[in-house]
Design a protein around this ligand. Structure first.
Ligand code: NAI
Length: 679
C-alpha cells in the first residue's frame, strides 16, 4: 500500500500521479522560504523510510513556495553548535538522510525552480536527476564558504562526481550562484527547460531513467591521483590571494579534502562531514554567520514603507554623483544627472557606459536599456519631476546652501532632498530650506558600485517619514541602509579616521608604510590604512580629518598637511605615501620594523576606542548596528564579527589594559572611552 497521502507531515506533502510517481512537495510551515531545518530533515527521513518499503515508479521533489526551491540549511541551528560533540551528530544526520535519498531503488528527480542553494542543492545532488527551469529566478549554488564552512551534506563529493573537479571546486570556493543554463553547461544538472515544460521533463526523467552523462574526460584527468596535487596547489595559491588560512580555514579544508579523497567518494563523504563538523564550531564560522544576520538586519531597514520613486535626479556629476546616477539606472530607475560643467556630464556618461558593460557583459539590450534610463540634464529639468533629488556637489556648505535655495521652489511638494555630504552637519545645510524636514543624508561610499553600505543620516530636523522613505530607497537600490544620527563623520568615517591618523602619525615617526599596512592586513583588514588613505586621496582625508579633529578633539599629524601642500595627493596624483606605477603602489617588500604587533595594536585600539565612543553616543541604534556599519562600510575583518563583538570576544579587560599601556606611552589619544566599562 502506498504511504498515506494524508500523513501528518507539517512541512512535506506526498501525492501520487497516474504513473505511480510520488510527488514530494516541500512547503516549510510558518516560513516564506524553504530551509532544510532539523525538523524538515527528520520528516524527510520518515517519508524516505516509507518510500523504501513501498517502491513507487519514481520520486519527484519540488517546492510549493513561490519564493523558490530551497535556500539551504537553517543557519540559526549552526549557531548552537559549540563543540564537535554537538556538530558531528548534526552533520551525520544530514548525511544519513541524503544517503537514504540517494539509495532509493526508483529514479529520483529534483525539479528546481527559483533559488536552490546550499543544502537545497546538496539534496538535489543526492537525486538521480536534476531538472531546472530556464528562467531569471532560478539559480543554483553552494555558498557555504561564505559562512566559514564548506558543503556538508554530501555536496562536495557529489558535485565533483557530476561535473568534475574544476567547475565543482570553483562553485564551492567562490560560493557564487549560477543560472540554470550555466549549471547545465557544466553538467551540474541534467536539463534546463522553459518553466511550462518543467513538470513534463521531470516525469520523463522519472519514468525513463536515461543513463547520466559522465563528466568530460579532461575533468576526469584533473581528478586523477597524479594531477591532483598540482591542481590543488594552484587552487591554494588562488585562494591565498583573497583569504588567509589562519583567518578563513574552510577553503583550505575543502581543497585538502578533494586532494586526499577524490578517488574514494564514500570516504570523501565521511571526511566531508568530519571537516564541516570541525569548521562549524570555529570562531570564524560563528562570526561569519553573525555577519550574515547583520546583513539581513540591515536589509530589513525601511521595510515598513514602500517608496519607489518614478524619477531620481542627481546634482553633481563628479566621482560620486556620476557613479550614484549610473548605479540607480542599473537598478531600474529613470535618472537625470545635472552638473554645472557639461564636460563633467560627458565624463559621467562615459564612465556609466563602462559600468553598464561591466554589469551586463554582452547583453546589448540591457546595456542600451540602462543607457536610456540615464539622461544628461545640464539645466536641471529633472528637478521638478523628481521624487528624490540626490545632491553630490562640492563639499562646501555655502555652495550647497545656495543650490538648495535655488532648487527648492522647483521641487515637488513631497520630494526628498538627499545629500551625499561626508562631513558637513545636516543642520548647517537644512537652514537654507523652507521645509528643512525634507533634507536627509544619503551617504554613499567610494567606489559606489563596490561598497554595500549607505548611511542614511537623520538630521535634527529630518521628518521621520523622509527618513523611512530614504531607508526604503537605500534598500530598493540594492544597498544595505543604516540609519545614523547626524554627528561629525557620521559612523563609518568617524571610526575609520583615528585609525588612519594613527597610521599617518607612525609614518611621521619613521615606521615604513609597508609595515603599517601589513600590520592591518595581518589583522584581517582588506587593505592597509596607508594605501587606503592614498586611494581615497590625501586632500579628502585631510578635509574630513580637519572637521573631525575640530569636533572631536582629535590631534592631526603634521605630515598629512605636508603631503597635500607638496601636491602629493595619493594614487590620483601619482604619489602619496607610496609612489604609483600603472595605478599600483610601488612597495618595498623587505621593509622591516621592530614591533609589528605594537603597530597593529596602535591602529586597531584607536578604531575600537572610537567604536565604543559611538556606542555611548548612540550614533546608531544598537551595538550590532555599529558592527554592521563598520564591516560593510570599511571591510573590517568579517571573520572577527565587528569591532564591538571583537572587544567582547578578545576580552574587554585585557584590551582595556592594553589601552592603558598605550596611553602611558603615547598620551591622551589612547584614553579609553567611558563606554569600555559597560561592555
Ligand atoms: P567632485 O568634485 O568629483 O564632483 C562634484 C561635482 O559637482 C563637479 O562635477 C562639479 O562641477 C559639480 N558641481 C559643483 N557645484 C555645482 C552646482 N552648484 N550645480 C551643479 N553641479 C555642481 O566631488 P565628489 O568627490 O564626487 O564629491 C561630491 C560629494 O560627495 C561631496 O559632498 C563629498 O563630500 C561627497 N563624498 C565624496 C566621497 C569621495 O570619496 N569622493 C565619498 C562620499 C561622499
Amino acid at each position: 500500500m502506498s504511504p498515506d497521502l494524508a500523513s501528518n507531515y507539517t512541512h512535506w506533502k506526498l501525492e501520487y500521479d497516474d504513473h505511480n510517481v510520488a510527488w514530494l512537495h516541500l512547503d516549510m510551515a510558518d516560513s516564506k522560504v524553504n530551509l532544510l531545518s532539523g525538523e524538515v530533515l527528520e520528516q524527510l527521513r520518515s517519508i524516505l523510510e516509507d518510500l523504501e518499503s513501498y517502491s513507487p515508479q519514481g520520486v519527484i521533489i519540488q517546492s510549493d513556495k513561490k519564493a523558490g526551491f530551497i535556500f539551504g540549511a537553517d543557519i540559526k541551528e549552526f549557531l548552537e553548535l559549540d563543540d564537535i560533540a554537538q556538530s558531528q551528530p548534526f552533520l551525520d544526520r544530514g548525511h544519513e538522510i541524503m544517503d537514504k535519498l540517494a539509495a532509493l531503488r526508483c529514479p529520483t528527480v529534483s525539479m528546481v525552480k527559483g533559488m536552490c542553494l546550499g543544502g537545497g542543492l546538496e539534496l538535489s545532488l543526492a537525486c538521480d536527476y536534476i531538472v531546472a527551469a530556464d528562467d531569471a529566478s532560478t539559480r543554483l549554488g553552494l555558498p557555504e564558504i561564505k559562512l566559514g564552512i564548506h558543503p556538508g551534506y554530501g555536496g562536495t563529493a557529489r558535485s565533483i562526481e557530476r561535473c568534475g573537479p574544476l567547475p565543482a571546486m570553483d562553485l564551492m570556493l567562490t560560493g557564487r550562484a549560477i543560472p540554470a543554463r550555466t549549471a547545465k553547461k557544466i553538467n551540474l544538472i541534467d536539463d534546463c527547460v522553459p518553466e511550462r515544460q518543467l513538470k513534463q521533463a521531470a516525469i520523463t526523467y522519472a519514468l525513463e531513467a536515461p543513463k547520466r552523462k559522465r563528466s568530460p574526460l579532461m575533468q576526469r584527468v584533473a581528478n586523477s591521483r597524479l594531477l591532483r596535487p598540482l591542481v590543488a596547489s594552484q587552487m591554494r595559491k588562488q585562494v591565498g590571494r583573497k583569504a588567509r588560512e589562519q583567518h578563513y580555514p574552510a577553503p583550505y579544508h575543502l581543497i585538502d579534502l578533494w586532494q586526499n579523497y577524490a578517488s574514494q567518494p564514500k570516504r570523501m563523504l565521511r571526511e566531508e562531514a568530519r571537516s564541516v563538523a570541525e569548521l562549524a564550531t570555529s570562531k570564524t564560522a560563528h562570526n561569519l554567520v553573525r555577519v550574515f544576520f547583520l546583513q539581513e538586519q540591515l536589509k530589513s531597514q525601511g521595510k515598513q514603507v514602500d517608496f519607489e520613486p518614478e524619477h531620481v535626479h542627481v546634482i553633481g556629476g563628479g566621482i560620486m554623483g556620476g557613479d550614484i546616477a549610473a548605479w540607480c539606472a542599473i537598478q531600474g530607475y529613470n535618472v537625470t544627472v545635472q552638473d554645472q560643467e557639461p564636460k563633467r556630464l560627458a565624463q559621467t556618461f562615459k564612465r556609466a557606459q563602462a559600468s553598464f558593460k561591466k554589469k551586463y557583459k554582452r547583453d546589448r539590450r540591457a546595456i542600451i536599456a540602462a543607457g536610456d534610463r540615464l539622461m544628461p540634464d545640464h539645466k536641471g529639468y529633472g528637478i521638478s519631476r523628481a521624487d528624490i533629488i540626490i545632491e553630490a556637489i562640492f563639499e562646501d556648505a555655502d555652495v550647497k546652501r545656495e543650490l538648495y535655495q535655488s532648487i527648492e521652489p522647483r521641487m515637488k511638494a513631497d520630494a526628498i532632498l538627499a545629500t551625499n555630504t561626508s562631513s558637513i552637519r545636516l543642520e548647517d545645510l537644512s537652514s537654507a530650506l523652507a521645509q528643512p524636514g525634507r533634507l536627509v543624508g544619503l551617504h554613499f561610499f567610494n567606489p559606489v558600485a563596490k561598497m554595500p553600505l549607505v548611511e542614511i543620516i537623520r538630521g535634527e530636523q529630518t521628518d521621520e517619514a523622509v527618513m523611512q522613505k530614504t531607508l526604503a530607497f537605500g534598500r530598493n537600490i540594492g544597498k544595505l541602509p543604516l540609519a545614523v544620527k547626524s554627528s561629525p563623520g557620521f559612523l563609518v568615517n568617524r571610526i575609520l579616521m583615528p585609525y588612519l591618523l594613527e597610521a599617518v602619525t607612525m609614518v611621521g615617526e619613521g615606521v615604513p608604510p609597508e609595515v603599517i599596512d601589513k600590520a592591518a592586513t595581518d589583522f584581517g583588514m582588506p587593505m592597509g590604512p596607508i594605501e587606503l588613505a592614498d586611494t581615497v586621496g590625501l586632500d579628502i582625508c585631510k578635509s574630513v580629518a580637519e572637521i573631525l579633529s575640530a569636533a572631536l578633539d582629535m590631534p592631526l599629524p603634521d605630515n598629512l598637511s605636508a603631503m597635500t601642500n607638496a601636491n602629493k595627493l595619493g594614487k590620483k596624483s601619482g604619489e602619496g605615501f607610496y609612489r604609483y606605477r600603472n595605478g599600483k603602489a610601488v612597495k618595498n617588500r623587505s621593509a622591516q620594523h621592530g614591533d609589528i604587533k605594537k603597530v597593529q595594536d596602535r591602529l586597531i585600539m584607536r578604531l575600537l576606542n572610537e567604536a565604543t565612543a559611538c556606542l555611548r553616543e548612540q550614533i546608531v541604534e544598537s551595538d550590532d548596528l555599529i558592527d554592521a556599519g563598520v564591516i560593510f562600510g570599511t571591510g573590517f575583518a568579517p571573520f572577527r564579527g565587528g569591532p564591538i563583538h571583537y572587544i567582547r570576544d578578545a576580552g574587554t579587560e585585557r584590551l582595556a589594559q592594553r589601552m592603558d599601556e598605550l596611553q602611558r606611552e603615547y598620551g591622551e589619544r589612547f584614553q579609553s572611552d567611558a563606554a569600555w566599562a559597560g561592555l
